[in-house]
Design a protein around this ligand. Structure first.
Ligand SMILES: Cc1cc2nc3c(=O)[nH]c(=O)nc-3n(C[C@H](O)[C@H](O)[C@H](O)COP(=O)(O)OP(=O)(O)OC[C@H]3O[C@@H](n4cnc5c(N)ncnc54)[C@H](O)[C@@H]3O)c2cc1C
Length: 263
């Protein structure tokens, strides 16, 4: 879930439905959510940034932003959490126990690394006849540290095992997993956005959503609650498209045709 109007740009994932041993009343809690903070430098409702906060302050402020964001929802806010845990790689060694460093900053590969697969470290092979390594730190064509890269890496590792088996037992052993470059399989509908993105990047310009101030405008409409359309982000975005003028309007009209279609 994305909380678009939260100052720290929060998003969250509900965890418990994925657990084999789901928590129940006997555990004293039934739900677990993971929250990702997207903007560590922005000031929250308490006028502090995540960097300037202690662990307790981060937990309290995150919950405050979530509940305020959910006030628009007819379901209301969920019950307050009983426990929280913060990523152990965030170190609270600043003055008064404030956040001072992040031992595992998120890595996003840069745009000029397209097609750089062979140069990435970590080829796949069977080591000592028993070990095959897999993981996002190894060679993948997926250029982002996500589950997709982890899955692709697993397929490379499986193929390494099959090739090893073929060398020992003959060419018909096992069936190789298909491996593809996800950037060669993007839907045609997204090509327009791709071209716009490439053009803006080549000119050193920001993302079109930032140029057209789409998100703040959509949020302002949400805050105004403009009738039925103001009740959803998509409705608010469509209103932005309709209100935009000039070249910006033309760009948004094209994007609307391609992406939003008849919504
Ligand atoms: C909070 C968070 C949210 C995320 N959300 C998303 C998302 O929404 N979508 C998405 O696609 N990706 C998401 N990711 C990224 C995704 O989870 C990872 O990219 C992916 O799980 C990496 O898989 P992996 O197999 O390479 O490594 P991991 O899943 O990290 O597995 C490595 C394993 O090795 C074990 N290990 C480490 N050292 C040793 C050792 N010495 N001996 C034995 N075992 C060891 C670890 O305990 C771990 O179980 C998220 C990551 C985080 C942290």
């Amino acid at each position: 879930m994305y909380y678009p109007n939260s100052p720290w740009r929060l998003s969250s994932v509900s965890q418990s439905q994925f657990r084999l041993d789901r928590p129940d009343q006997l555990d004293g809690y039934t739900g677990v959510i993971s929250v990702v903070i997207g903007a560590f430098d922005e000031r929250g409702h308490n006028n502090k940034t995540a960097w300037g906060s202690t662990a307790d302050e981060i937990a309290k402020e995150v919950w405050d932003q979530i509940t305020k964001s959910l006030q628009r929802s007819s379901d209301g806010a969920p019950p307050p959490p009983q426990f929280y845990a913060i990523d152990k790689n965030l170190l609270f060694e600043g003055p008064g126990g404030t956040l001072s460093s992040n031992r595992t900053p998120f890595l996003v590969n840069s745009a000029d690394r397209v097609g750089a697969f062979p140069e990435r470290p970590g080829a796949y092979g069977v080591h000592m006849r028993h070990f095959v390594f897999a993981g996002t730190y190894l060679q993948t064509r997926t250029r982002l540290v996500t589950m997709e890269a982890a899955n692709e890496s697993a397929r490379h590792a499986v193929n390494a095992i099959i090739r090893h088996g073929r060398a020992a037992s003959g060419p018909n052993t096992g069936q190789l997993c298909p491996i593809f470059d996800p950037e060669e399989r993007e839907p045609d509908e997204l090509q327009l956005l791709h071209r716009i993105d490439a053009e803006l990047l080549a000119r050193g310009l920001p993302h079109w959503m930032d140029i057209l101030v789409v998100e703040p405008q959509a949020l302002a409409l949400l805050d105004r609650g403009d009738g039925a359309r103001g009740q959803s982000v998509m409705g608010a975005l469509i209103s932005v498209l309709e209100e935009a003028g000039g070249l910006g309007g033309e760009l948004l009209r094209l994007i609307r045709l391609q992406i939003v279609g008849g919504v």
